[in-house]
Design a protein around this ligand. Structure first.
Ligand SMILES: O=C(O)c1ccccc1NCC(=O)[C@H](O)[C@H](O)COP(=O)(O)O
Length: 266
């Protein structure tokens, strides 16, 4: 399977959602959904690298990862010291759905990131209506980044803008991004390499919150990425696969404590 297959499938399911729950209805629902605490603020700490724990039952690279539910894992993420929770909401390849976001919202007071392939403003409104405080926007996938970031601001949400090269980082900054993510996963073969953050971190201005995403397995990885000046790490598979989730989260969180380093300037 290729990345483009994931996007095509996302487009197909999006059209079904739009018919099932029109945008006007979502906008009405938003009026009744209380906003969660600030995602960006929760990640930026003076001395600590924050950990965002991701609910991820399956993935294109690993297939089924875990049969645990949001109700099983989110309390453990919180107890383990996570600063925020990411909920994958893609159905076909990651075996989750948007209702898991709503469920997480009932379980935890931590800020919630909607992790999905966002192609359309509809999905940003949908995220807010289902309780998200932030949404992932991929710089090379979302059609109008500036507009997407503005919609997030209008809805009092944060945009985590994912960038794959220096040009995308520059575009993201010009478009108003305040939180930038560097994904350590290569979307051609889905393999991870923490060296991607090493190559790109210094391109991200120091006033912007930097999240390193994917491939974090161990406290040693947290240590390595901390030295590159990241503010937060997004971790899914290694936590979901663990038979001791609470201890796993806690070991990553503790390694992030007092480990924050100033980002190198170019
Ligand atoms: O996880 C995958 O296999 C994948 C494949 C294709 C596109 C995206 C994919 N993952 C999305 C993510 O970015 C991760 O869920 C997230 O960063 C956590 O990564 P990990 O800790 O490696 O599970």
């Amino acid at each position: 399977m290729k990345f483009i297959d994931i996007i095509r499938e996302r487009e197909r399911l999006l059209e079904i959602r739009k018919k099932y729950q029109p945008l006007a209805e979502l906008k009405e629902n938003i009026k009744r959904v209380k906003l969660r605490t600030d995602f960006k603020k929760s990640l930026v700490k003076e001395d600590d690298v924050s950990i965002i724990c991701e609910y991820k039952p399956a993935s294109p690279s690993l297939g089924e990862i875990s049969q645990l539910t949001v109700g099983d894992v989110v309390p453990l993420f919180e107890e383990g010291g996570a600063s925020a929770v990411s909920v994958l909401t893609e159905e076909s390849f990651f075996k989750s759905n948007i209702d898991n976001l709503k469920l997480a919202c009932r379980i935890t007071r931590l800020p919630l990131l909607r992790k999905d392939f966002i192609l359309d403003p509809y999905q940003i409104y949908e995220a807010r209506a289902y309780g998200a405080s932030a949404i992932l926007l991929m710089a090379d996938i979302y059609p109008d980044l500036k507009e997407g970031i503005e919609i997030c601001k209008y809805l009092d949400m944060d945009a985590l803008v994912e960038c794959k090269n220096p040009e995308e980082i520059e575009t993201a900054v010009k478009s108003g991004a305040e939180v930038i993510g560097i994904n350590n996963r290569d979307f051609n073969d889905f393999k991870t390499d923490l060296g991607r953050t090493e190559k790109l971190a210094s391109y991200v201005p120091s006033n912007i919150t930097l999240v390193s995403e994917s491939g974090v397995q161990s406290p040693e990885d947290v240590d390595f990425l901390s030295k590159l000046g990241v503010d937060a790490l997004l971790v899914g598979s290694s936590i979901m696969k663990s038979s001791h989730i609470l201890e796993k989260v806690n070991s990553l969180v503790l390694t992030g404590k007092n480990s924050k380093t100033r980002r190198q300037k170019r």
